[in-house]
Design a protein around this ligand. Structure first.
Ligand code: HSE
Length: 308
């Protein structure tokens, strides 16, 4: 295979209670990327559409991941990369993760499946370091594996795929302001009280159990965040109004997507997802801030080949 086109999904990390430990992938929002072998031995970003991202191979997440994978494999070819972004970086929807996971998946294909999925994930995590200075696994794991994932351990890296109830949908509003992940991480406390920790891990357990048993009410009750949301919500205009609007219109729960500013609501049924979209729209339509609203199913698979 000398060329491939892929779809790399947007992701919602943390899922309220699971800071750095849980995430899921969206079915109908993500990046389109093309990877083409070249004889120059160089990684070249030849096209970027939809976002103002660096072309330099050491600064561009997809290129940095590709470069490292090809170097480690002592590959005798280079790769030209085209990136079409469907949503802006700094959204809290795993934009850098979509690039990194997409590159890890595609380069592995061009290397005839040399790497395991976990190895691909580690390369994609290196991409997260290029993007925000930390090797966070949640968004990249969801983008690569699809569905819901639990990062049970970082050392050693242990990813657990969690089943997705058939009727689970998500509505996301993306206010078009940028929050840098690094900044959103720096405002968090370094330690939390034991009582808060107990609330949080109880909810993670509830969420995992609810996803396994398709207990939508339990999923909803578990979408509670005592650790991160109180600090980060101040960065998101109208966060409380968005959350109330979601809950008033039948959401199971709502919270900050990744490091924000996007806000997500998990719902049962596509119809309710549309109702929440309308409710989000009502909250934002008179504000000065531009925004996009998406509804989506949960992606059953991670990065997928387009040119099968
Ligand atoms: N878990 C990460 C965070 C996701 O919330 O900072 C952003 O990459």
């Amino acid at each position: 295979m000398d060329q491939l086109q892929i779809f790399s999904p947007a992701t919602v990390a943390n899922v309220s209670c699971g800071y750095d430990a849980m995430a899921f992938a969206l079915e109908s929002l993500g990046d389109e990327m093309t990877f083409r072998k070249n004889d120059s031995g160089q990684i070249r970003i030849v096209k970027i559409e939809g976002a103002d991202l660096p072309y330099e191979p050491n600064k561009n997440v997809a290129a940095a991941v590709a470069q490292r994978m090809l170097q480690d494999a002592a590959a005798d070819f280079g790769v030209d990369i085209e990136i079409v972004k469907k949503y802006k970086p700094g959204s809290g929807l795993g934009s850098s993760a979509a690039s990194g996971a997409g590159a890890a998946f595609a380069i592995n294909q061009l290397l005839n499946n040399r790497y395991t999925k976990l190895e691909q994930l580690k390369y994609a995590m290196f991409g997260e370091e290029v993007a925000c200075g930390s090797q966070i696994a949640d968004n990249v794991a969801a983008a690569l594996y699809g569905g819901f994932v639990l990062i049970r351990s970082y050392e050693p890296l242990d990813i657990v795929s969690i089943p997705t109830p058939a009727d689970l949908y998500v509505t996301v509003i993306h206010p078009q302001i940028e929050i840098k992940t690094e900044d959103a991480r720096n405002i968090l406390p370094k330690e939390i009280p034991m009582r808060t920790a107990v609330f949080q891990w109880a909810n993670v357990g509830g969420l995992i159990s609810g996803l396994h048993t398709a207990d939508y009410e339990l999923i909803g009750r578990s979408l509670t965040d005592h650790v991160v949301e109180p600090y980060r919500k101040k960065l998101i205009p109208h966060f409380d109004a968005l959350k109330s609007a979601a809950m008033d219109h039948g959401a199971l729960g709502a919270g900050i997507s990744g490091s924000g500013p996007s806000v997500f609501a998990l719902v049962k049924g596509e119809e309710t997802a549309d109702k929440i979209a309308a409710a989000f729209d009502k909250v934002y339509k008179n504000s000065e801030i531009e925004y996009r609203i998406y509804t989506s199913g949960i992606a059953k698979t991670g990065v997928t080949l387009r040119n099968k």
